[in-house]
Design a protein. Structure first.
Length: 76
């Protein structure tokens, strides 16, 4: 249950960061070209982070599934 809350809180944190970054760009004194470059870089960083986190979560899920299979084998 705690892991679910952590994931949910992390999702809300990332959404808040994204919204805050978007609002900051609206009020930042940068040219359109600079803002687009910045957004492209940040989007790529975000995509890389989400990909890495997805792989980590998948690894953790596989570990838990393996532990569950081991425990079921011991009980049976």
């Amino acid at each position: 249950m705690r892991e679910c809350k952590v994931g949910s809180n992390l999702a809300f944190l990332l959404a808040g960061i994204g919204i805050g970054a978007g609002l900051a760009l609206l009020f930042a004194p940068k040219s359109g070209r600079e803002a687009r470059r910045y957004l492209a870089r940040r989007a790529e960083d975000g995509r890389d982070y989400v990909t890495a986190m997805g792989k980590e979560l998948r690894r953790q899920a596989e570990d838990l599934a393996e532990k569950g299979r081991d425990l079921a084998g011991k009980i049976a």
